[in-house]
Design a binder for this molecule. Sequence first.
Ligand code: SF4
Length: 521
Amino acid sequence: MTGIISDLYKDNVNLIDQAKEEIKEVYLNDDRPWVLGYSGGKDSTVVVQLVFDALSELDSNLLTKKVYVISSDTLVETPLIIQSINTTLRRIEEKAIELNLPFETHKVQPIVEQSFWVNIIGKGYPSPNQQFRWCTDRLKIDPANQFIKDKVNSFGEVIMVLGVREKESATRANVIKSHSVEGKALMRHSTLTNAYVYAPIKSFDLDDVWNYLLNTESPWGDDNYELYRLYSDSKSGECPLVVDKTVKESAGSCGNSRFGCWVCTVVNEDKALSGFIDSGHDWMKPLLDFRNWLSSIRDDRTRRMKYRMNGQIYFLPVTIKKIDQTDFVLIPKKGGRKKDLIPLNNFTILERGELKSYLKKHDIDLSSSQDPDILIKDDQGNLCRLGLGAFTLETRKEILSKLLEVQKNLHHPHDEGYELIQNNELKEIRKHWFNDGDFEDSLPSIFKEIMEDELHVEKDERLLFDQEELLQLEMLCKEEGIDFKLVKKLLLVEKDYAGLKVRRGLMDQISSALKQDYLHL
Ligand code: SF4
């Protein structure tokens, strides 16, 4: 037995030596800077540590090109993971200065307009799921790609060094193979021109990874056993710093991991937070409850508008089930929504052309929580329901209120200033709400009510009416049969152009506001 273990260890030492030799060779081969993706997980830790060790063995006058270590901070990272990433980045940088190694560490974050909360609470995006995973691009890929593009602009070409392994899965192996160039260590990046990918541990298996980490001291003083414990007391996997769309497709959800976002709704059951809570970090329980609530409301029709964000109406066919001579409409299980059967005769069946007058007669606002029990016959005679769009403004306000409640009562034991949502995100959300007709400018009041503090925002000069005037305008619109939301939108467009000498674009904006599908049923 001892013989087998020592053979394994010897094999691992050979593999590591070979990997380090290859790293040195590839590094010295040209003057293209390296960008290393570090997620805090095992695979990227191996890569950063191997590169660090390999370069330490080179003569210092050969170390002429930079190695950028970048980590993604989605702004909704699991609190303890982002804290540990911050610590590691700082240690790597300090040790590199001490040893005169060309490492530089950076965190890449989404731009505020694309943050998780601005998309959900500001624009009303439904929380991401397997079919509509809008988050990875906006929160991870785009910020990392922007960093790479900046470096390409400065240096002409860059090499991305990633911890991808062929043995992770057959799909991953195929992706790596399809990008490889015969006999070369570098692969083409699938989308970024002038960026190449180098995967120094592509032939490592899981044992090689842990053997290396647990038998080699971290050069910057991290405890790799701690990392091992993180994996062993959760069933979770890796959440790579995804920088290549093709690799993303083969990566599945990174939410199924302790290294994903704390609020990830892409997985049915959260692993990131529950693992920590199970191992004693009870203070994170409110985060898990909030995440579960957010996931549960996603497919609730009363929380969603009944047209797309661009104003387009669409219809989705329903399944009819006959049980004991009675027809039922089948509502399939989806996310937090339970499967249901609703008797067909609970619905009013309409021809497509009757929809507008029906909505008008019953005073139904498709942007609100109202969910009329109607089925529409499409051109082929199929029965359909109105498809869903963004979260309603009311729901967005409720999500923000709940999030602020959690923030107010949360006690992060190691970081007093820990915030779930940042002030610049709140300001951006306020702009979106205003554009979506929140003339009451409710965000600062919600903030004040919950946080018992002022949100320091400039007075919005675009506010046109006080509450009383708004009420009168709404009544007038009702009397005249005009859509109140449209009037608000048109006033807003006009106000944005008020005082400008050149009003180019005004007519386009007015016409796009008027072209909203739901106004022309
Ligand atoms: S962890 Fe989940 S929410 Fe975060 S980027 Fe990955 S899939 Fe999206």
